[in-house]
Design a protein around this ligand. Structure first.
Ligand code: MTE
Ligand code: MO
Length: 431
């Protein structure tokens, strides 16, 4: 993963307030002789970032940015992502790097709400299933593999705040543009099978998910995020408890060693570093479940309008959307005709058509659209587009879902900037 000048870099943080940067990033406290003092979680965090234990950490000066971080990759195993926040870490993928049908792990975006566990032991990891069940279970990853069908599926994960950067007036929160979406191949077991093994009691309304990451405040027992879904979505056979991503262990920042994946629903439902699923007789009220978190107004609202909590609904299935992954925006093309391609997805529904316009929406033409490789996967589309002559063009893409709903050119404003499924536009200049 590379820093860009647009992101708040480590260097900037250190320039502004080196003591604070040390404390925030690594829990490092300066000694009078200017040696840094790293221990416990701070030392583990730095070791994880530089990729090994630091034998001489005792002589490491305060305010020193390890060259392993300062130079290039900041997150091992990620490549080309743009860091939007350092703490908690959020990084998105430029649209043209999402060109593959299956998103490689190093291109899968990262959205953390707290501090990931510094190190994880997959062999000792357990998942507890309790609450309104006949038999509470505690299962290791091997137990999951042995007791249940192991399935692999390409599943689309999108942050509900993807596209937030384009709201006007601006909406608070991570300023995602297009790249908080991915479709990796996930391997795991069906959540439904696990819940059935525990025995779902009558009266269950919602799941509640817990994990091993810690709150930014450091407060023990305070969850950075704990979301849930209606029991029907949890019993959907496409919902998985996963232990592998693209045929390998899950990337540490994508929730290793165990995470939920709810395709088509807000990424926030897909708890990373999963330790517990409990079944409740009411809508879960954990961290990021209440207030305006992952909720949208029932009706269009004006910016600044005051709303009551009951005017909001919890986001479920995500709206129809598409992404142009080729060409990269800003491309100068030598040829008059070239291939345009990308992906489209529609929450729990499927995409029926993707159309393109090169004349600012006056006319539209069709594309070849694949069916999903499995339920929950995005669909790939492509078209050879001919441009009438030299000059500046915009390619606009518009997907339509199976119930006939199409992407808008602009979406209604909402307080937290969720669900921006406006059409993707890329610029090209034809020589
Ligand atoms: N434990 C835990 N799970 C989590 C989060 C988190 O901060 N902690 N972030 C959620 C959010 S908001 C999103 S969009 C997805 C992002 O998944 P990714 O980081 O693997 O791309 O994870 C979700 N699961
Ligand atoms: Mo998210």
């Amino acid at each position: 993963m590379r820093k860009t000048s647009a992101s708040p870099s480590l260097h900037e943080l250190y320039r502004k307030d080196p003591d604070k940067a040390d404390r925030l990033l690594f829990g490092r406290v300066a000694h009078p002789d200017r040696r840094g003092f790293l221990k416990g979680a701070g030392l583990a965090a730095m070791a994880a970032l530089v990729g090994g234990t630091i034998p001489f950490h005792r002589t490491m000066p305060a305010h020193l940015i390890p060259v392993a971080l300062a130079d290039e990759p900041v997150i091992r195993g990620k490549d080309g992502l743009i860091v939007l926040n350092d703490r908690p870490l959020s990084a998105e993928t430029p649209a043209h790097l999402l060109d593959d049908a299956i998103t490689p792990t190093e291109r899968h975006f990262v959205r953390n709400n707290g501090i990931p566990p510094a190190s994880v032991d997959a062999a000792a990891w357990t998942l507890t299933v309790d609450g309104l069940v006949e038999t509470p279970l505690t299962l290791g990853i091997d137990d999951l593999k042995q007791r249940f069908d192991v399935v692999t599926a390409a599943l689309t994960l999108e942050c509900a705040g993807n596209g937030r950067a384009f709201f006007d007036p601006p909406a608070d929160g991570t300023q995602w543009t297009y790249g908080a979406v991915a479709c990796s191949e996930w391997t795991g077991v069906r959540l439904a099978d696990v819940l059935q093994a525990a025995g779902v009691k009558s009266g269950v309304v919602y799941t509640a998910h817990e994990s091993a990451d810690t709150h930014l405040s450091g407060a023990a027992g305070r969850h950075p995020i704990s979301r849930g879904v209606p029991i029907a979505k949890a019993m959907d056979p496409n919902t998985l408890v996963t232990f592998a991503q693209n045929g390998r262990p899950i990337h540490p920042m994508n929730g290793a060693p165990l995470r939920l994946v709810f395709p088509g629903w807000p990424g926030a439902c897909s708890q990373k570093w999963l330790t517990r699923v409990w079944l409740r007789d009411r809508v879960h009220d954990g961290a990021k479940m209440t207030g305006t978190s992952y909720r949208v107004p029932r009706r269009p609202v004006a910016p600044g309008e005051t709303l009551d909590e009951k005017d909001f609904v919890i986001i479920g299935s995500m709206p129809v959307k598409s992404l142009i992954t080729h060409p990269v925006t800003g491309r100068r093309a030598a040829a008059r005709t070239f291939d345009v391609r990308g992906h489209a997805w529609a929450g729990d529904a499927t995409v029926d058509a993707v159309q393109l316009s090169i004349d600012f929406g006056a006319t539209w033409s069709g594309t070849t659209l694949d069916t999903p490789v499995n339920p929950g996967a995005w669909q790939n589309w492509n078209a050879a587009v001919e441009f009438p002559g030299p000059g500046y063009y915009e390619i606009w893409a518009r997907a339509t879902d199976s119930s006939g709903v199409s992407q808008p050119l602009a979406v209604a404003w909402n307080p937290k900037g969720y669900l921006n499924n406006a059409m993707h536009r890329v610029a090209v200049t034809v020589a």
